[in-house]
Design a binder for this molecule. Structure first.
Ligand SMILES: Cc1cc2nc3c(=O)[nH]c(=O)nc-3n(C[C@H](O)[C@H](O)[C@H](O)COP(=O)(O)OP(=O)(O)OC[C@H]3O[C@@H](n4cnc5c(N)ncnc54)[C@H](O)[C@@H]3O)c2cc1C
Ligand SMILES: *[C@@H]1O[C@H](CO)[C@@H](O)[C@H](O)[C@H]1NC(C)=O
Ligand SMILES: *[C@@H]1O[C@H](CO)[C@@H](O)[C@H](O)[C@H]1NC(C)=O
Ligand SMILES: *[C@@H]1O[C@H](CO)[C@@H](O)[C@H](O)[C@H]1NC(C)=O
Ligand SMILES: *[C@@H]1O[C@H](CO)[C@@H](O)[C@H](O)[C@H]1NC(C)=O
Length: 453
C-alpha cells in the first residue's frame, strides 16, 4: 500500500489589540466560509463554491428576517449571461424573464414624445441580439438560493456526509477580529465562530467593509454620481402598458415606470439635485424618507399623484445613492469584498448584477484553483477582477436625447436592446461607445460546473 501524505496543519496563535487570543489552524481544503448577505452574489458565490468542493462548510447570513426579495428589474448582460449559463441556471432565469415591449418618453399628459419599440415583425429575435436577460431582482436571488440548497440535498442523497450549506436570517456580524489565518466573528445573536474566510456580499452600504476597513476608508470609497433613486412597486393602472415610460420634469426630477408582463407597476423616482439631503435622510426612519420623496414629487405632474399614493402602501421600497465603490484592495486578511460591497459600478452602468456575478465566479474559481493558499487565491481574485471592474465602472458618452445627463446615458443603455432589435446597428454603436463585456471570463474546470463553456 502506498503512503498517502496527510495535509499539514500549522497552528497559529494571534493576539488581538484587545488582548484576546485567537487560536487557529492554517486551513487546508475544505474550508469553513462565512458569506455576509443573501443578495444577488452571496447565494451565487455559495453555489459556485459548493460546486467546486461539496465538503466546504458554507454559512450565508442575511440581515433581513427572510430573503430580501425587494427590488425591481435587473439584468444579466455581458459576462453575466455565460456565467449563469455555466451554472446551469440560464433556462430558469429565462423562465422568470420580464418581457418589455419598448420605451416611451412621455409628456405630462402621458403622451409619447418619442417611442423606441419593437414591432411584431421583430418579435422573438430581440433577446438574442443583445443577449440581455431582464429579471426581477427577487426572482434572481431565489434562483441562486434555491439552486444552492437543491444541490446540497442532492449531495446528501448521493451519500456526501461532509460539508454544509446553511442560510441564517435576521443575523448580522457584531464584531470581527482576525489574524493571518482566521476570522473570529461574533454574531448579533451572541454566537461566536471562527471562519477560514469571510466573504462580504452585503451590498453598496456594506457594514462589513466599515468594520474591517474602518469608517473613514469605507466612506471615502463611495463615489457619488450626484443622484439618488427610489424604487418601488404599486398596483397596475389602466394606462400602464408593456412600454417602459420615462418622464422628465423641472427640478432635475425624472420618473420612470416599467411593467413588462408583470401584474404590478414598477416606479422609479430619480433625483439629481438633493444628494446631500437624501444622504442625511439615509440614517433616518423610512417614513421620513418617504415624506421627502412625497413632498418633492407632489407637483411633478404626469401621474405623480397616483405614484405617491402607491408609496403609502408599497412593501418593497428601496432607495440608494447612485454611487460607485472604489477601493485600493478588495481583501484584508481573511475578509474579502464581493459585488456592490467592494466595487459596485452603480445603476447608471447597468453592470451591477453582472459584475457581482463575475466576482463570485472568479473568487470561487481562484479558491478552487489554489487549495491551501487562500492568500494566493485572494490576490489572484483581485488581479483577475481589476480589468473587469475598470470596464464595468466606465460611465461616459454624451447622447443627443439627454445631453450631458448621466441618467440619460443609463436610460439609453437600457434602451439599447430595443435599438438593436430594430436593427439600427449604426445607431447602437454610436450610442454606446464603450462596449461592456470585452474582458474575458477565465475558465475554471476546478469549479466542476454543470455546463462547460
Ligand atoms: C432591496 C434591494 C433592492 C434593489 N433594487 C435594485 C433595483 O431595482 N435595480 C437595480 O439595478 N439594483 C437594485 N439593487 C442593487 C442590486 O441588487 C445590486 O447592484 C447587484 O445585484 C449586486 O448585488 P450584491 O449581491 O452585490 O448586493 P445586494 O443585492 O445589494 O445584496 C446585499 C444583501 O446583503 C444584505 N445585507 C446588508 N447589510 C447586511 C449586514 N450587515 N449583514 C447581513 N446582511 C446584510 C442585504 O439585505 C442584501 O440582501 C437592489 C438592492 C437591494 C438590497
Ligand atoms: C464542517 O462542519 C462540521 C460539523 O460542524 C465539522 O465537523 C467539520 O470539521 C467542518 N469542516 C470544516 C472544513 O470546517
Ligand atoms: C415593423 O417593422 C418592419 C420592418 O422593419 C416595417 O416594415 C413595418 O412597417 C413595421 N411595422 C409597424 C407597425 O411599425
Ligand atoms: C434565441 O434565444 C432563444 C432562447 O434562449 C433560443 O431558444 C434560440 O435558439 C435563440 N435563437 C438564436 C437565433 O440564437
Ligand atoms: C428636462 O426638462 C427640463 C424642464 O422642462 C429641461 O430644462 C431639461 O433640459 C430636460 N432635461 C433633459 C435631459 O431632457
Amino acid at each position: 500500500m502506498r503512503l498517502r501524505s496527510l495535509p499539514v496543519k500549522a497552528i497559529n496563535i494571534c493576539e488581538q489589540s484587545s488582548g484576546r487570543r485567537i487560536i487557529s489552524i492554517a486551513p487546508t481544503m475544505p474550508l469553513n466560509v462565512l458569506v455576509v448577505g443573501a443578495g444577488v452574489c452571496g447565494p451565487a458565490f455559495a453555489s459556485l463554491l459548493q460546486s467546486s468542493n461539496p465538503k466546504h462548510n458554507i454559512t450565508v447570513i442575511e440581515r433581513s428576517p427572510s430573503l430580501r426579495i425587494a427590488g425591481q428589474q435587473i439584468d444579466l448582460k455581458a459576462q453575466g449571461t455565460p456565467i449563469v449559463r455555466s451554472m446551469g441556471l440560464l433556462d430558469e432565469v429565462w423562465q422568470h424573464r420580464v418581457e418589455e415591449t419598448g420605451m416611451e418618453i412621455v409628456d405630462s399628459n402621458g403622451n409619447a414624445l418619442a417611442r423606441f419599440g419593437v414591432n411584431d415583425s421583430s418579435k422573438g429575435e430581440r433577446r438574442n441580439l443583445t443577449n440581455e436577460y431582464e429579471i426581477m431582482r427577487g426572482d434572481l436571488i431565489k434562483v441562486f438560493q434555491e439552486a444552492s440548497l437543491r444541490r446540497r440535498e442532492q449531495l446528501k442523497q448521493q451519500g456526501e456526509t461532509e460539508g454544509s450549506m446553511t442560510y441564517e436570517f435576521g443575523k448580522t456580524i457584531t464584531t470581527l477580529d482576525q489574524c493571518d489565518d482566521a476570522a473570529e466573528v461574533t454574531f448579533s445573536d451572541g454566537q461566536k465562530k471562527t471562519f477560514d474566510l469571510v466573504v462580504a456580499a452585503d451590498g453598496q452600504a456594506s457594514k462589513t467593509r466599515r468594520q474591517v476597513w474602518g469608517g473613514e476608508v469605507s466612506d471615502a470609497s463611495l463615489h457619488s454620481l450626484g443622484a439618488y433613486a427610489g424604487f418601488y412597486s404599486i398596483p397596475r393602472g389602466p394606462a400602464d402598458s408593456a412600454f417602459a415610460k420615462i418622464y422628465n420634469t423641472t427640478g432635475k426630477r425624472y420618473i420612470m415606470t416599467r411593467n413588462g408582463n408583470r401584474p404590478k407597476t414598477q416606479v422609479y423616482l430619480w433625483d439629481l439635485k438633493h444628494t446631500e439631503e437624501l444622504r442625511k435622510l439615509d440614517k433616518e426612519p423610512v417614513e421620513k424618507r418617504h415624506r421627502f420623496w412625497a413632498d418633492n414629487y407632489k407637483d411633478a405632474g404626469w401621474e405623480a399623484e397616483r405614484f405617491l399614493e402607491g408609496l403609502k402602501t408599497t412593501d418593497d421600497w428601496y432607495s440608494c445613492e447612485i454611487a460607485q465603490v472604489k477601493l485600493k484592495e478588495l481583501h484584508k486578511g481573511r475578509v474579502v469584498l464581493l459585488g456592490d460591497a467592494g466595487y459596485g459600478p452603480s445603476v447608471f452602468t447597468g453592470m451591477g448584477t453582472t459584475s457581482s456575478l463575475f466576482g463570485a465566479y472568479v473568487l470561487a474559481g481562484e479558491l478552487a484553483r489554489n487549495p491551501n493558499n487562500i492568500k494566493g487565491a485572494l490576490n489572484m481574485y483581485e488581479e483577475k477582477l481589476r480589468p473587469h471592474i475598470e470596464e464595468a465602472q466606465k460611465v461616459g458618452g454624451n447622447f443627443g436625447l439627454f445631453p450631458d445627463s448621466k441618467l440619460g446615458i443609463w436610460l439609453m443603455r437600457k434602451a439599447l436592446w430595443i435599438i438593436s432589435s430594430l436593427k439600427l446597428d449604426s445607431l447602437a454603436t454610436s450610442v454606446m461607445p464603450e462596449q461592456k463585456g470585452e474582458v474575458e471570463i477565465p475558465v475554471y474546470p476546478e469549479l466542476n460546473l454543470p455546463v462547460v463553456s
